[in-house]
Unconditional design. Structure first.
Length: 240
């Protein structure tokens, strides 16, 4: 665990050193020198620590292997460009059927979430999520989705950080009850957070209630403990 966290810290430091100068990618998202520098650090470090594994990075890093490290060098690039602190590197080891290891680090604040046999935040083991329904006042994290501003039943407190992996980890550690992830994500945008959520009993469901394939269609989905996820699906169904 310590090796992985040290590597993510090095990637965050490389991003800060390389800087925030941004350009647009063909898909309309931003990329910075910091993204590219962080990915180089991650790919080299993972190849050293797990030499038999492959690599799949957002900024084009590719290598084949027995399992694959799926990496987002900076999740929350728009926050990074704006000088906001809600960004960081995330990695997940995919063995072909599940995430075996995952980690996400808020590089500026130093808060980290890790999933291996259990899940931890800053070295403290996370408890299993209580499987309870959504209640008025619960926090729900939302990303870009046209229904997000209209959710009113139940009366939920909607929050958006601009960093999808942070949203997923906030659900995993219990500070948010559920999250809505908009369409268009890629595996590196969700796998590290889903790996942490899995260890605490969280589920991911598309808007029809089916399971989410992290390498399948990039459809909107919700996460939370089973009954919380079902409650958010119900609130969304009233608006569709």
């Amino acid at each position: 665990m310590s090796d992985l966290l040290e590597l993510l810290a090095a990637a965050g430091a490389a991003a800060l050193e390389a800087g925030q100068a941004a350009e647009m990618k063909p898909d309309g998202s931003q990329v910075t020198a910091g993204d590219r520098a962080a990915e180089r650090v991650l790919q080299a470090g993972l190849a050293r620590l797990w030499p038999g594994d492959g690599f799949l990075g957002e900024e084009g890093g590719r290598a084949a292997g027995e399992a694959t490290w799926v990496c987002d060098p900076i999740d929350g690039t728009s926050n990074f460009v704006a000088g906001l602190p809600w960004w960081g590197p995330g990695v997940a080891r995919w063995d072909g059927t599940r995430v075996t290891d995952a980690a996400f680090l808020l590089a500026v604040q130093g808060t980290c979430w890790v999933a291996q046999d259990h899940a931890w935040r800053d070295g403290e083991r996370l408890s299993r999520l209580p499987d309870q329904s959504l209640r008025a006042g619960d926090v729900v994290m939302t990303s870009e989705h046209p229904l997000s501003p209209s959710i009113r039943d139940p009366e939920l407190r909607l929050r958006a950080t601009g960093c999808g992996l942070l949203d997923l980890c906030l659900v995993a550690d219990g500070r948010a009850a559920a999250a809505l992830i908009g369409a268009g994500w890629e595996p590196w945008d969700v796998l590290p957070g889903l790996g942490v959520l899995d260890r605490v009993g969280g589920v991911a469901r598309d808007l029809d209630g089916g399971p989410v394939d992290p390498f399948g269609p990039r459809v909107p989905f919700v996460v939370g403990a089973p009954r919380a996820a079902l409650g958010l699906l119900g609130a969304l169904a009233q608006l569709r």
